[in-house]
Ligand binder design. Structure first.
Ligand code: HEM
Length: 410
């Protein structure tokens, strides 16, 4: 595999990244990619050590636009007052721990456990509708009718989000991912910027109107005090909401899509996760290791450092290949095999590690396992159609998943 031909946005990479990720790990574990300017870090041990050392490897570039935005797109965003003040993933300052605590309060283990009946109810409703559609039309796309919708509805319940259509939140969240993590043409940037501007206007209104929503996430942000005792300025509150609303739904929808797709294609597996205790959870874990929705994450060096035998200057942008690290044979024997009984099944880095580790991990895992169990139970004879088998893939700098999971059933 000639690494000189690597193009992270190409169909070749997006459809089958494994040979490239293997070559990176074995031939050039800290590899300078001339197309993007990133240093690609691919061994599990190196990725983990970067994540666990936030003083040397700062998170400041985590949300920078992967492709420079056109003046016209920037103008559309500016008109909506859009700016992403450091809040969570891109915040290496003293305000981060307190803001992060506000988020974890909404998604801690106790909250997620208490939410299980609600998640099961929504999953049941959506799969029943999918079942009816298969009966009526012969096929149904489990991505757009189920995988995408479940995390959005659950997030709205947990955060107390009201007064907005589920379809708008999904559209805005997907547009945000494509604008900031994709390689859109100038024309497409303009369309996406209009969506993101609408999202930002709605968030600004929601942050302003917190009195009407006691118990909501925006109300918690309004009460929040920074380390110096001052309240959060509205731009930082909007930035925190922006990240949580996007991170909390699109990524989980992508995970559910890959979980369903892999479970439907693995010989002999479907519909076992519907009944075998623990199998749905273990399958989700193996998907997170081998084919996670968040494929990479960014850091920037705070000073000159040595990493995996390479010398990096201060200010070097790093792209941590989370997906590649889950297939590192030094940590996971036979990484290409999906092994629900793998001993170190949770040692993957799909949710990051350390100070910025994903606070939504428990929710994402729970939703995906419930989604798989519910679909396997209610649609035991489902199989992918030819359209589902050849589904196009979302291929952004940090996000990858099938864009449809079309099934039929006998
Ligand atoms: C499958 C689903 C998900 C995946 C794979 C995922 C992955 C990640 C990753 C890789 C990070 C960066 C970690 C780091 O820098 O060390 C992150 C951060 C974050 N995630 Fe998730 N995430 C998912 C779902 C969620 C959900 C459901 C929520 C909220 C409900 C959420 C909220 C956040 C937040 C707020 C951060 C920033 C945390 C901080 O900077 O302290 N994520 N996530």
């Amino acid at each position: 595999m000639a690494l000189g031909r690597l193009d992270l946005f190409s169909g070749r990479f997006v459809y089958d990244p494994y040979p490239w990720l293997d070559a990176l790990r074995s031939d050039s574990p800290v590899h300078h990619d001339p197309r993007t300017g990133f240093w690609l870090v691919s061994r599990h041990q190196d990725v983990r050590s970067v994540l666990l050392d936030p003083d040397s490897f700062r998170p400041d570039n985590a949300q920078n636009a992967a492709t420079p935005l056109s003046v016209a797109a920037l103008r559309v965003l500016a008109r909506a007052g859009f700016r992403l003040a450091p809040a969570l993933a891109n915040n290496g300052t003293a305000s981060h721990p307190g803001l992060r605590r506000e988020v974890t309060r909404f998604f801690n283990a106790a909250r997620v456990t208490a939410a299980v009946p609600m998640i099961e109810r929504i999953a049941g409703e959506l799969v029943q509708a999918a079942e009816e559609r298969v009966v009526a039309d012969g096929t149904c796309d489990l991505f757009s009718t189920f995988a995408q919708v479940l995390p959005c509805r659950v997030l709205m319940e947990l955060l107390g989000i009201r007064g907005v259509e589920v379809s708008s939140l999904i559209r805005w969240s997907d547009a945000s991912l494509e604008l900031f993590w994709g390689a859109p043409t100038p024309q497409r940037q303009l369309e996406l910027a209009e969506q993101v501007a609408d999202f930002h206007r709605w968030l600004t209104e929601a942050v302003r109107d917190t009195a009407a929503r006691p118990g909501s996430f925006t109300a918690a942000l309004a009460r929040h005090r920074l380390p110096d005792g001052s309240p959060l300025d509205p731009a930082a509150a909007v930035a925190a909401c922006f990240f949580v609303f996007v991170a909390g739904q699109s990524t989980t929808g992508q995970l559910i899509a890959t979980v369903l797709r892999t479970a439907l294609t693995e010989p002999g597996l479907w519909p076992l996760p519907g009944h075998e205790p623990g199998l749905a959870e273990a399958w989700v874990e193996e998907v997170l290791r081998r084919e996670p929705p968040v494929t990479t994450w960014r850091r920037v060096t705070a000073r000159a450092v040595e990493l995996g035998g390479s010398h990096l200057p201060a200010g070097a942008p790093l792209l941590l290949m989370l997906m590649g690290s889950g297939s590192d044979p030094e940590v996971f024997p036979h990484p290409e095999r999906m092994c629900p009984r793998r001993e170190n099944i949770r040692h993957h880095l799909a949710f990051g590690a350390g100070r910025h580790r994903c606070p939504g991990a428990s929710l994402a895992r729970t939703e995906a396992a419930i989604a798989l169990r519910t679909a396997a139970r209610r649609l035991p004879r489902a199989r992918l159609t030819p359209q589902g088998t050849k589904a196009p893939m979302l291929g952004l700098l940090s996000f990858r998943a099938p864009l449809n999971v079309v099934i039929e059933s006998s």
